[in-house]
Design a protein around this ligand. Structure first.
Ligand code: ADP
Ligand code: MG
Length: 701
């Protein structure tokens, strides 16, 4: 892996990007396609035909034999159905063909993907529809090259069955409302407002051979058993530590593959937990950033085995050490590149910025439960609120300068902005540096970080689409309410001042700069009336509340039917994941843990008998054996209880009832089953322990 690589040469070489299109499409078609991509004008069949042809030629020159409509069903991972370019001819030969029709529309069977009741198996038709705003790309593996065409996925009746469709709809919705606000400020130049995202992806790497010995990792992506090793992350010596050779070879390989796909993987460093790492690409518009994040996750997993590794994307692969998340850095900008969340040098005078800032604050406060849901999956329930990740309570960190300005707005007397100050480090040879106006707050779930908001609750293994269409929609709704009010006003400046003052008063309760991990904050948040849901199951209702449905319908992001379907899917996926975890635990207890502990108990018992036979003292051995017996009894009791709970859960039909049953009974029984197992691990000779321990998994890469 030491060969020199020319980054400019390989960067984007596997993407049918703007330059490939310009080079290969007749000028008039190129211009027309750009118009469609940038301004959403309708795509004519002739244009699709021309693009399909150029795309096919390009792909075949790069070795592709197949193409696939690449889409993101509700499973959270991507799906693809491969077709060959080949088309047989009358003379028994074949030519390579790809038509405009095939580019625009595919027909994967929709019944095998979660649809929340939208599709039955008897009405299976689903359509994948070309998303020309996200460039097609080539996926290479050892045996083939495939042209991947990003698509949206919907049912025969037009309901969205994927994560991309609502995201695209929400991008249009927020642009529309943001433009209304900009027009009120006299901006006639901006034609479109774009939401951008940079998603920082956390992940773990473990040794592939050790991984293969753990059924829980294979079936559920996380360890269901495991006692803490003597060393965890107490020394904080992993964070930003030097990369091990195997890991840096993997990262370099990953970088190169991602660069070829035009994904700007930029920063890579160790994270807080042992074996944990992070990758952040440079931000892009929300649609492309979402597609890229899917590709990043896929390649992280795909490339790891080449290096004898396995990549874990689960939110909580190991109890007792930090889990993984995704920091979703989100901002709004105009089509000519002005960041609307950039406060500038004098934020107190920047009314456009303050209006957008307040729209976000209002949106987050009014829709905290929806945001909580957008960052939910079964894995994230192990993180949020567990004093390592943001709490499950949604609050906003703004920093000193902006909080001060909001105070001024509330008081109705805006006087100025606090300035950045110089800071000397106290060593004459070190330069004095400018101190940022605000410090960082790592415990906040939703933090303003200079010119963007960082939503830090997003689960590491999930698509970021949901978090972003939620953000886009709720902010679109605030902007709409602002615009409705301001457009009617006789005196704009006066109306704006009153609106800003009222918004601060009503929503400042969501602003919090203290330690989000502390017990006091939980109490304080309760006092302020902020919701705190420990489990995702508790927050699903927010999607089908009348006010949410109204909002999603009004902005054309989700229909009522789609909201209900998505709520059902949330319950269904939660139930399925926990049931698989429970069954895996049962399997491991019955076939691995119990037999191992019993074999070891026999050795101890034999030792006791031998010692006593020669008249020696066997007190220590006896104590060990009774400890083992006690714990194995407890293990067996919880094991039986878990089986019983599983049977009960299986008998429940209604998905919502089932999800709550699983959360209240199976989740807790699993935790109770784990405890005696982990104690037994500490009592058993390691030669007998049936699978690799935390110590081996965390410190062997
Ligand atoms: P951190 O200090 O939180 O680890 P990084 O610099 O590693 O931050 O990552 C920040 C992420 O935010 C990157 O993906 C970066 O491209 C992205 N980002 C920077 N500016 C913006 C912006 N205006 N809008 C959206 N994302 C942005
Ligand atoms: Mg971050």
């Amino acid at each position: 892996m030491n060969e020199k690589i020319s980054i400019p040469e390989i960067y984007g070489s596997c993407v049918f990007d703007d330059s490939a299109m310009r080079e290969r499409l007749p000028k008039k078609f190129y211009k027309e396609l750009k118009e469609t991509i940038e301004n959403g004008t309708e795509l004519r069949p002739e244009l699709a035909e021309a693009v399909a042809n150029a795309m096919k030629d390009w792909a075949i020159e790069h070795g592709a034999t197949h193409y696939t409509h690449w889409f993101q069903p509700m499973t959270g991972i991507t799906a693809e159905k491969h077709d060959a370019f080949i088309s047989p001819t009358d003379d028994g030969k074949a030519i390579m063909e790809f038509s405009g029709k095939e580019l625009i529309k595919g027909e994967p069977d929709a019944s095998s993907f979660p649809s929340g009741g939208l599709r039955g198996t008897f009405e299976a038709r689903g359509y994948s529809v070309w998303d020309c705003t996200s460039p097609a790309f080539l996926k290479e593996d050892s045996s083939s090259v495939t042209l991947c065409i990003p698509t949206a996925f919907c049912s025969y009746t037009g309901e969205a069955l994927d994560k991309k469709t609502p995201l695209l709809r929400s991008m249009e919705a927020i642009s529309l409302q943001a433009l209304r606000i900009l027009r009120l400020f006299g901006d006639q130049q901006t034609q479109k407002v774009i939401t951008s995202v940079g998603a920082e992806q956390e992940y773990f790497l473990v040794d592939k051979e050790l991984y293969n010995k753990r059924k829980d990792l294979i079936f559920t992506g996380r360890t269901l058993f495991g006692a803490m090793p003597p060393k965890g992350q107490q020394l904080d010596d992993h964070y930003f530590g030097t990369l091990k050779e195997k890991v840096s070879a993997y990262m370099r390989d990953l970088d190169v593959e991602l660069w070829k796909l035009g994904i700007s993987a930029k920063t890579e460093h160790n994270e807080a937990a042992p074996a944990q790492h992070e990758l952040a690409p440079i931000y892009d518009n929300t649609n492309i950033a979402t597609d890229h994040n899917q590709i990043i996750m896929e390649y992280m997993k795909k490339l790891a085995p080449r290096h004898g590794l396995e990549c874990l994307l689960h939110e909580k692969p190991f109890a007792g050490v930090n889990g993984s998340g995704k920091h979703n850095n989100w901002s709004l900008s105009t089509d000519w590149g002005k960041n609307l969340l950039d406060p500038g040098k004098e934020p107190h005078k920047n009314k456009v910025f303050l209006t957008f800032l307040l729209a976000v604050i209002k949106a987050v406060d009014e829709n905290a439960v929806l945001l909580r849901l957008a960052a939910s999956n079964a894995g994230n329930d192990h993180r949020l609120g567990a004093a390592e990740a943001p709490p499950a309570i949604i609050s906003i960190f703004l920093g000193e300068q902006l909080e001060d300005i909001l105070d001024q707005i509330e008081a109705g007397n805006i006087t100025g902005s606090k300035r950045e100050t110089s800071m000397s480090i106290g060593v004459s040879t070190l330069p004095s540096i400018k101190k940022d106006v605000t410090d960082r707050n790592r415990t906040s779930p939703f933090a303003f970080t200079g010119n963007k908001f960082e939503f830090r609750m997003v689960p590491s293994s999930d698509s970021i689409a949901c978090a972003n269409y939620m953000l886009n929609t709720i902010v679109a709704e605030s902007l709409k309410q602002f615009a409705d009010e301001l457009e009617k006003a006789d005196n704009f400046d006066e109306a704006l001042s009153l609106l800003m003052q009222r918004t601060v008063k009503e929503h400042k309760k969501v602003i919090f700069s203290g330690n989000g991990y502390s017990e006091e904050w939980v109490k304080e948040a309760e006092r302020r009336g902020l919701p705190n849901y420990r489990s995702m199951v508790d927050s699903v209702y927010s999607l089908i509340e009348p006010r949410s449905v109204k909002m999603f319908e009004e902005h054309g992001v989700l229909t009522e039917i789609e909201c209900h379907a998505r709520a059902e899917i949330q319950y269904e996926i939660y139930v399925n994941r926990l049931m698989i975890e429970a069954r895996t635990m049962i399997d491991m207890v019955a076939k691995q843990i119990k037999p191992a502990v019993m074999a070891y108990a026999k050795v101890v018992a034999d030792t006791i008998a031998s010692l006593l036979a020669v008249g020696a003292d066997a007190d220590v051995e006896k104590e060990l054996l009774s400890d083992i017996t006690l714990n194995i009894k407890e293990l067996d009791a919880q094991y039986k209880k878990l089986k019983e709970m599983l049977d009960k859960a299986c008998a429940i039909d209604d998905l919502k009832t089932k999800a709550f049953f699983v959360k209240d009974n199976i989740f807790t029984t699993m935790e109770n089953l784990r405890k005696p197992a982990d104690r037994l691990e500490m009592l058993t000779d390691e030669k007998y322990w049936p699978f690799p321990t935390y110590g081996e998994l965390l410190f062997n890469v």
